[in-house]
Design a protein around this ligand. Structure first.
Ligand code: A3P
Length: 306
């Protein structure tokens, strides 16, 4: 924690009081959902987590398709296209019961929204297979807005308008911090740690050609799978089927109807590329393009927006 005992609190709420406070942990802007101390303690616990050699970890900024990819990798490792009764939450390196993640049977498909420097140190030494998924920032911002606006919990929820949220997002002050910083951090990790096997995927590519991407994932994790299985998994993990499975057969780790406003569940909301066009105005879009171009300059990343 940069030698600080009591971190500086950065209040990034907007003029209407909508938004969150933050603190910096090892240079990373962290949203304060409860207290900085709780967050620091959560990170300390995660850092002590022991990887097993055959773990696979999915890393992503929230709303980039983590649930989707978790289901795909879980099916690939199980060798069939039946749904696991559990959700990705049980295998999350983050808030939650890390002791229970530790007890999951191998092979584990872990997932996290944390930055690399907050994950267990042995990740590189053990060469843990890591899959990093990104999504175009316009759809990420809209998806995040609807999730936070639908949450029935004052510490997380965002009661402002979509436009207010987009402003915070572009300033890097949205829940989860700056999307560009998160992505660039992982790109840097890839450069700094060439021994860490990292597969980079894009939500849009997975959506446009799921079978090809599923095969790429299988190759990366060292599985020899038939085209037929990849097709079956792509079908079982289509948006509509996953939404139905989530509602009908998944064991939820918390009371879903309490967590979301009016019993709404907005993880499986639209599942499309380009929904941002329904929410981002022409002038906001110009601003987005400008900010995104500057933020991702030199990274070589080309996002797909439709
Ligand atoms: P939308 O809000 O745009 O619908 P995460 O799992 O990282 O939280 O990401 C959630 C986003 O991924 C949501 O986006 C959700 O609908 C979308 N998603 C979940 N499952 C999907 C699937 N099978 N196909 C396409 N998109 C999916």
């Amino acid at each position: 924690m940069e030698g600080q005992r009591t971190p500086e609190i950065l209040d990034y709420r907007n003029e209407n009081g909508h938004g969150w406070s933050f603190y910096k942990n090892d240079g990373v802007l962290r949203t304060i959902a409860t207290t900085p101390e709780d967050d620091m303690e959560m990170i300390r616990k995660v850092q002590k987590f022991e990887f097993r050699d055959d773990d696979v970890v999915i890393v992503a900024y929230a709303k980039c398709g983590t649930h989707w990819l978790w289901e795909i990798v879980t099916m690939l490792r199980a060798g069939h296209s039946e749904y696991n009764k559990k959700t990705k939450r049980v295998a999350m390196l983050g808030p939650g019961k890390i002791e229970e993640v530790d007890e999951l049977p191998s092979p584990r498909v872990l997932n996290s929204h944390l930055n690399f420097r907050h994950l267990p140190q042995k990740m590189v030494e053990k060469r843990i297979k890591t899959i990093f998924i990104m999504r175009n920032p316009k759809d990420v911002s809209v998806s995040t807005y609807f999730m936070l606006n639908g949450v029935n919990n004052i510490k997380y929820s965002f009661e402002g308008t979509c436009s207010e949220y987009l402003d915070l997002f572009l300033e890097g002050k949205a829940f989860g911090g700056s999307y560009a910083d998160y992505v660039k951090d992982w790109l840097q990790v890839k450069q700094d740690h060439p021994d860490l096997p990292v597969l980079t995927l894009f939500y849009e590519n997975l959506k446009k050609d799921p079978v090809k991407n599923i095969k790429t994932v299988a190759d990366f994790i060292g599985l020899s799978v038939s085209d037929e299985l990849c097709e079956q998994i792509a079908e079982a993990c289509s948006f509509k089927k996953m939404r139905t499975a989530d509602a009908e057969l998944k064991e939820q780790v918390f009371n879903v109807s309490d967590f979301w406003k009016k019993g709404q569940q907005v993880v499986y909301r639209k599942g499309e590329i380009g929904d941002w066009k329904n929410w981002i105005t022409v002038s906001e879009n110009e601003r987005f393009d400008d900010v995104i171009e500057r933020a991702f300059e030199g990274t070589g990343i080309v996002f797909k927006y439709d």
